[in-house]
Design a protein around this ligand. Structure first.
Ligand SMILES: CC(C)(COP(=O)(O)OP(=O)(O)OC[C@H]1O[C@@H](n2cnc3c(N)ncnc32)[C@H](O)[C@@H]1OP(=O)(O)O)[C@@H](O)C(=O)NCCC(=O)NCCS
Length: 150
C-alpha cells in the first residue's frame, strides 16, 4: 500500500464529506469543512492512496497547545495502519512546531479510537457526560485525552 501525505486541501472536501458520512454519527457539513480550511489556526493532513483520499486528520493550534478536531479513515481502509500513520505524521508536525500539549475528545465507547490514542501515550484527563447531545439512543459520554511532549 503506497500511502502519500499532503496537506488537507479544498479538493479533498468532497471525499472527506463522504468518509465522514460513512464513519461518523455526526458528520461535518461542507460548510464546516470549508470554514476549517479557512481558519489559519487549523492544520490538516490527508492520506492518499493512488490520489484517492483514504483518511484525514484536522487539528487546531493555539499557541503552545493543539487539539485534534477530527481523525477518520475510510471504512474500506480501516485496520491497515492508515490511522496510525496519519496520527504519527500529525504529531511529528506539532512537535516541530514546538507544541507542548495536545488534547482531544473521543466517545468513551469508541474502542478502536481509544486504543489508537492510548498507544500514542494519550491519557484520560476528564470525562464529559452528555457531550454528544445530538446522539439519540447511544452513549453520549466523551473522554478528554491529553498528550504532552517533553
Ligand atoms: C479510529 C480510526 C481513525 C483508526 O484508524 P485505522 O486506520 O483503522 O487504525 P489502524 O489500522 O492504524 O489501527 C491502530 C490501532 O487502533 C486500534 N483499532 C483499530 N481498529 C480497531 C478495531 N476494529 N477494534 C479495536 N481496536 C482497533 C488498534 O489498537 C490498532 O492497533 P493494532 O493494530 O496494533 O492493534 C478509524 O477506526 C476510524 O476512522 N473510525 C471512525 C472515526 C473515528 O472514530 N475517529 C476517531 C474519533 S476522534
Amino acid at each position: 500500500m503506497d500511502l502519500v501525505f499532503s496537506f488537507f486541501l479544498t479538493e479533498h472536501v468532497e471525499e472527506a464529506l463522504r468518509i465522514h458520512q460513512q464513519c461518523l454519527p455526526m458528520p461535518w457539513s461542507e460548510k464546516l469543512f470549508q470554514e476549517a480550511l479557512k481558519d489559519k489556526n487549523n492544520i490538516g493532513f490527508s492520506a492518499l492512496i493512488e490520489d484517492d483520499l483514504s483518511g484525514f486528520i484536522i487539528g487546531r493550534k493555539i499557541q503552545e497547545e493543539a487539539e485534534i478536531l477530527t481523525l477518520v479513515v475510510d471504512e474500506s481502509q480501516q485496520g491497515r495502519g492508515v490511522g496510525t500513520k496519519l496520527l504519527h505524521h500529525f504529531l511529528a508536525h506539532l512537535k516541530q512546531q514546538h507544541i507542548k500539549k495536545i488534547f482531544l475528545e473521543v466517545k468513551a465507547s469508541n474502542t478502536p479510537a481509544m486504543k489508537l490514542y492510548e498507544s500514542f501515550g494519550f491519557r484520560k484527563i476528564g470525562r464529559r457526560e452528555n457531550y454528544y447531545t445530538e446522539l439519540k439512543g447511544h452513549s453520549r459520554t466523551a473522554e478528554v485525552l491529553e498528550k504532552s511532549f517533553f
